[in-house]
Design a protein around this ligand. Sequence first.
Ligand code: SF4
Ligand code: SF4
Length: 317
Amino acid sequence: MLIPTPLGHTGLNINRLVYGTLPLGPLQSNLSPEEGGKLIRYALEQGVTLLDTAALYGTYPHIREGPKGYDGEVIIASKTHAATACDARAHVEQALKELDRSELDIVHLHGARLQNPFLERAEVFAELKKMKMEGMIRRLGVSCHYISAVEQAAENPDIEVVHPLINKNGMGIIDGSAAEMAAAIKRCADNGKGVYAMKALAGGNLISEARASLRYVLDLPGVHAIAVGLLSKAEIDGNLALFNEGVADPATWEKLESRLRTIKIMDQFCKGCGACIPSCSSQALRLENGKAKVEREACILCGYCAAACPEFFIRVV
Ligand code: SF4
Ligand code: SF4
């Protein structure tokens, strides 16, 4: 029996397992909208309610396809990485059009690599608030890799949902430890914000200890849910059982934990332009002999560099 969890004071009740759609799209597995839509549909039928996406991910077609004819609840959270008000509005309009919706349940200021998102993206945040007033957005959120940004979100009255990066090893947290991020998360929840975490498996780096890693984040005070990239029915079933019943079928999970993901740079084609380097907040990329190289120990498989390469020469596979 699945018991929905209140997402802070948002009024939304969600399954603790949030469908992270990034891996379905062109930045990672590049499934067709039909293939990705089938997985989304399966997850919805098993009780998942919140789908997480972004203007960057290229997964609106998958999300539109999945719930066709489904009459259960489907909550969609998207994000805008825009640097200007005009681009932010364009991102929201694009989401509404491609998702065939009149409003978006949650839109995050995609502040992943921003230390002070409400200052650095003041113009974008003002535009998001305007779009909320206009009825295009129901709730505003912020996605953060910085602890300082999560702390600011905790005190921001316009923010209802926070989407922070956390995992048991603290991989990808830019300005401190997992314990410090956990404290900032608790502060958000104490102030009524809904919190669903990202990168609990550090983009695949912790896949070999997935159960312990997910349990660590699920048990943190203030974490209402976690977004997990799901690429098979077995992953959906295994995660739902773990999240909702606290059980983990050992045979399923041994298989899931042995699955390896990696970043692939097509270095035979890479032009060495360097456009991908600043997109990596983990400092995992460098140019060497005119080619982009990745330091695998530092890479959290977030896929942002894949979006930054104008030639599509980087993939998370
Ligand atoms: S190398 Fe790419 S995938 Fe890895 S952490 Fe950096 S931006 Fe993310
Ligand atoms: S952006 Fe693409 S082409 Fe440019 S250095 Fe990075 S991988 Fe190579």
